[in-house]
Design a binder for this molecule. Structure first.
Ligand code: SF4
Length: 303
């Protein structure tokens, strides 16, 4: 195995295949409702980032029933991860969040994921989540550790806020999946190296690497259509993935390498290839060059 794939991690941890069920909620985030900003991140879609959601706008119980029935039938699945994906799930009262958890929790649920921003994780919430009797994973939007780029995409928080969230999450012993976009406009290979070294330093359990996609109707779509965006090519993106994987702590779980957005909803995604095609091509490249996760991981940097 050239990198620590999520599917292998799940099989190792839970003894069988585990399937993720995304649940959609009405909601918002502080970068849309005016408490931090308005208009949201420039890369955000109308639905608050959640292209993989099915049965949108149905009650939670029904979404759960329909998704479980579909997945159980198709894959004979017995274990699930429930993922509250769109907008910022942790931008709610603690009572509301606990109510969401209890609504989806069942014997066949092994983890529950909550979409989060660094500025929506008060200590009181972290304490409650840490005590919850099931593994909670904070699916934390990070993007990159570069204040200029965070400001360019109107993220509404800076790098210091991310590091503060990492520190406090670690104090409470909670799990994080950090979401990064290595090819945001203006990002360089140096940003990739900084990102992986920062995740190593904070011992972040999981990462989702998304290649940039440009949702129709988003603020970034206007720049794209006006020809004002410089985007790197797929081979340059592969170089960044490779640099990330080589430096990543061997235990870091890599959930994803490419973004996933339907062609009809995006102006640009994965250089007009499917994510599966790119993943296969990239994995062949890792194999041909005998590249493994942690090849360049230097423990002395983090001690
Ligand atoms: S990407 Fe997330 S944080 Fe940014 S505006 Fe959309 S929902 Fe809010």
């Amino acid at each position: 195995m050239h990198y620590r794939k999520f599917s292998s991690y799940l099989r190792q941890t839970y003894g069988e295949k585990v399937y993720k069920i995304p649940i959609s909620l009405d909601g918002t985030c502080p970068n849309r409702d005016g408490s931090v900003g308005v208009g949201g991140c420039t890369i955000c879609s109308e639905g608050g980032v959640g292209f993989e959601l099915h049965h949108f706008a149905k009650p939670i119980e029904e979404q759960l029933r329909l998704n479980k029935a579909h997945i159980s039938h198709k894959y004979r699945a017995n274990k699930f991860i429930i993922y509250f994906q769109n907008y910022t799930t942790t931008y709610r009262s603690i009572d509301d969040i606990v109510d969401l958890l209890t609504q989806v929790d069942g014997d066949d649920v092994v983890e529950i994921g909550l979409s989060a921003r660094p500025d929506t994780l008060p200590n009181e919430l972290l304490a409650v989540l840490a005590d919850y009797p099931k593994k909670i994973v904070l699916e934390l939007g990070v993007q990159l550790f570069n204040d200029r780029i965070l400001s360019d995409i109107n993220r509404g928080h800076d790098v210091a806020a991310i590091l503060d969230a990492f520190d406090r999450i670690n104090q409470y012993g909670l799990s994080v999946c950090a979401h990064l976009i290595l090819n945001l406009p203006g990002a360089t290979m140096e940003d990739t190296v900084t990102a992986v070294e920062t995740l190593n330093r904070y011992q972040i359990e999981r990462v989702k690497l998304h290649s940039l996609y440009i949702p129709k109707g988003s603020a970034i779509a206007k720049d794209y259509l006006a020809g004002g965006l410089e985007l790197i090519g797929a081979m340059d993106y592969y170089d960044r993935l490779e640099a990330f994987i080589r430096r990543a702590h061997p235990a870091m779980v890599i959930e994803r390498l490419f973004g996933r957005a339907p062609a009809e909803d995006s102006l640009f995604c994965n250089w007009d290839r499917s994510w599966r095609y790119l993943q296969n091509e990239f994995e062949r490249r890792l194999a041909a060059n005998q590249i493994f996760q942690g090849d360049d991981f230097d423990e002395t940097k983090y001690s």
